[in-house]
Design a protein around this ligand. Structure first.
Ligand code: NDP
Length: 327
């Protein structure tokens, strides 16, 4: 049986991603076969489709997220007809990913879809939203509450940023949104941001310690931005670092840690344990209104994904892109 899939391959001239048909038998190892309904485009998908250190071998189907319906299962934990989702693990790295009408994956990777969400909702959330929730769990673990003070979200117009703002404001936090796109201020306020911070005030080399401005932060930017965020975090504040949109470096000092008791929490979504994933998805179902996400969503077809992948690397995508795999 043949299925449509978006395959990324390497040739002498670079990397190319094309919509093609493949035999379902070539999907790869796994004990659960999923009819994929929706996938999404994250920053990491942009990197993967452009040959930037994500895919371990070629040709490979990209897409680090997928949601759909179980078609066949050798695992007692899943039955045909179950609605499920997969984020990360080997998808688009060592294993064919979500840009395909079908996927076959190990049962340990599969998470039951929370009842509150459709498969489209789950992909509007995707790795970006699930990572935003992992960040918020880390802030809570560090003792942050709405009474602690303001929370800063960097990379505000991005997938992680947009969803972090929605969830945090819903939880009662006063959210400051750091962005390089002040023209999107109204959109960020509609998500729940109370105020906008110009990202240029954070992106240049700064002082090791500065005035105390926020009690917590979700940072998807890294580099000087994260260093400045730490330097301006209040006493006993907590910062969750999940991204590197500005850079992978961290030109910071230990001053915020040893003078202000600031906690820096690292966030990895790809290999997070199953219990942590289920906790994050349960909290997303409790704390995120999918209707609020609707304004962040652009829907595309499989063949449009390569263009979106380029746009996301260029910082030109706002919010979340949902891929309607069956259309
Ligand atoms: P997006 O591309 O959707 O968002 C990134 C945002 O960062 C942009 O919208 C922009 O926001 C801001 N930005 C972009 N370039 C720069 C720059 N040079 N300097 C400062 N800000 C910049 O990506 P995602 O939200 O999907 O992911 C964000 C980051 O988090 C990525 O680095 C990604 O790799 C990482 N990530 C990590 C995960 C993990 O497991 N640790 C999981 C998911 C994502 P604005 O226009 O508002 O300024």
């Amino acid at each position: 049986m043949t299925i449509r899939a978006l395959i990324t391959d390497k040739d002498g001239e670079g990397y190319a991603t094309k919509l093609t048909t493949i035999d379902q038998a070539d999907l790869g190892e796994g004990d659960v076969t999923i009819s994929v309904e929706y996938s999404t485009v994250n920053y990491k998908d942009g990197l993967a489709l452009n040959g930037k250190r994500i895919m371990a071998s070629y040709p490979l189907i990209g897409g680090i997220d997928l949601a759909g319906t179980v078609e066949a299962s050798d695992s007692i934990n899943f039955q045909p007809g179950d609605k499920v989702l997969v984020n990360g693990y080997g998808l688009s790295q060592t294993h064919n990913g979500g840009y395909s009408e079908k996927a076959r994956v190990p049962a340990e990777w599969v998470i039951p879809l929370p009842e509150k969400f459709s498969t489209r909702d789950a992909m509007a959330i995707g790795t970006a939203g699930y990572t935003a929730m992992l960040c918020i769990l880390a802030l809570e673990h560090g003792g942050l509450t709405p009474a602690s003070g303001d929370v800063l979200v960097t990379g505000a117009n991005g997938g992680v940023g947009s969803i972090a703002i929605s969830i945090l404001s819903g939880l009662g936090y006063n959210v400051l949104a750091s962005t390089g796109r002040p023209s999107e201020a109204e959109y960020l306020k509609s998500l729940g941001a109370a105020d906008i911070v110009d990202r240029n005030t954070l992106s240049e080399p700064g002082r090791p310690i500065g005035s105390e401005k926020w009690a917590g932060a979700v940072d998807s930017v890294g580099s000087h931005t994260l260093a400045n965020v730490l330097a301006q975090t209040k006493y006993e504040g907590v910062v969750a670092a999940c991204g590197l949109a500005q850079g992978m470096d961290l030109p910071a000092s230990v001053a915020p840690f040893i003078l202000r008791n600031v906690t820096l929490a690292g966030i990895d979504s790809v290999n997070a344990g199953r219990a942590k994933r289920i906790e994050a998805w349960e909290r997303l179902a409790k704390d995120l209104d999918p209707a609020k996400l609707e304004s962040t969503i652009s829907e595309v077809k499989l063949e449009e994904v390569p263009d979106v992948a380029n746009a996301i690397l260029a910082g030109k995508v706002r919010g979340r892109t949902v891929v309607n795999v069956q259309s």
